[in-house]
Design a protein. Sequence first.
Length: 132
Amino acid sequence: MKDVFRKKRVFFFLSTIVLLLIEIIIALYVNDRIIRPYVGDILVTLLIYCFIRTLFAKGFTWLPLWVFLFACFVEFLQYLNFVEIIGVSENVYMRTIIGTSFSWLDIVCYGIGCILCFIFQLSEPRIFSRNK
């Protein structure tokens, strides 16, 4: 059983690194109307999910929902103009991490990402039970 948890942690750690690199590439080099605003928002929920699963190999049934609620909370902070409130509006990195503009479409993208996490979570027992 420990071997399965180890495999899961390695898988989710590597997934976190790959998703983080993809997000950085999108942030630095992609300036379009689809990938950066929408695909990036979908991927960020997958990134958060994978990061949490790296820390906790055993799955949490409602983790995709919690990730969605967290993403919505951050989006709500954008609505409140949080980067201005805490005085980091001039910091490019903080503006990128927290975000600066509220959008209902972002919430839809977070939902899509979390649905993908949930689908993965349902198929996870089959994925990790192979190649024992």
